[in-house]
Design a protein around this ligand. Structure first.
Ligand SMILES: Cc1cc2nc3c(=O)[nH]c(=O)nc-3n(C[C@H](O)[C@H](O)[C@H](O)COP(=O)(O)O)c2cc1C
Length: 238
């Protein structure tokens, strides 16, 4: 520990993105040489092949893909219900659609609706207990104002931006620094839940965004004075 900062906090600070280091981040990505990327391990023995069952979940998973090709069709309230059911606390706040270390549930879901049947241009909080969207009273940036802090270059607006936010002390209070890993794993599980929901819908499309400017979004969501950490964004359209 250095002063009161945990190693997890230091890791988070070191991976912060802002207007100051975004160009450096872009430069690092441009230097990456994909021809040398390792995608799996190889062993001398041939794999013992397994049956590939056509289970319901496999059929849905086969359709999972990142799709950024959005249209201007309005997103309906029913579709919003489907999207956020990915995060619903189906069996009480301690048993939701995805697991959480020690049921600490450090992940919270916020969103901005750019083009939906209800609640446009507002910053909204998903209430996992009641399956509803609450307005935070914070004003939302337009799509045009959102692209740079999302590190995403596309004029075509999605219908919705979902923002995954971790409240790390909920889990580090129990597990110390290792809880930081658990928070990210929980966010990943919730990411996959939404990915499969979209794949199953045959109408919705979306893509995860990992390069958000942390402080911009934290401030926009009204979470400046909290320990909240921006994990990722998820654009959803039709
Ligand atoms: C953590 C994470 C961050 C990502 N960040 C971005 C991003 O910033 N911009 C983007 O266009 N795609 C982003 N993606 C989507 C990946 O590019 C995509 O999942 C990958 O190319 C595999 O393609 P597929 O999802 O269509 O199978 C991200 C995915 C993950 C899991």
């Amino acid at each position: 520990m250095i002063d009161d900062e945990s190693f997890y906090d230091i890791f988070w600070d070191n991976t912060n993105l802002s207007r100051l280091n975004m160009a450096q981040f872009a430069n690092q990505i441009s230097l990456y040489q994909p021809e040398y990327k390792e995608q799996m391990l190889e062993y001398p023995d041939k794999p013992n092949l397994l049956p590939l069952p056509k289970s319901k979940i496999n059929k849905i998973t086969k359709n999972r893909v990142s799709d950024r090709d959005f249209t201007d069709k309005v997103m309906t309230k029913k579709e919003l219900g489907l999207i956020f059911s990915s995060f619903y606390a189906w069996n009480s706040l301690e048993h939701r659609s995805y697991p959480s270390a020690g049921a600490t549930y450090s992940l919270e879901i916020f969103c901005i609706s750019y083009n939906t049947e209800i609640l446009n241009n507002k910053i909204l909080y998903y209430d996992a207990e009641n399956h509803g969207l609450s307005s935070t009273n914070n004003s939302a940036p337009s799509w045009k104002e959102s692209t740079e802090p999302l590190n995403y270059n596309n004029e075509i607006s999605p219908n919705l931006l979902v923002i995954y936010v971790i409240f790390p002390s909920r889990v580090t209070n129990k597990y110390g620094d290792r809880g930081g890993r658990f928070a990210l794993l929980e966010a990943g599980a919730a990411m996959q839940q939404l990915s499969l929901q979209i794949a199953e819908s045959n109408v919705l499309k979306g893509v995860v965004l990992g390069g958000l400017m942390d402080d911009f979004w934290k401030s926009k969501l009204g979470l400046k004075d909290t320990d909240a950490q921006i994990a990722c964004g998820f654009l959803i359209g039709k």
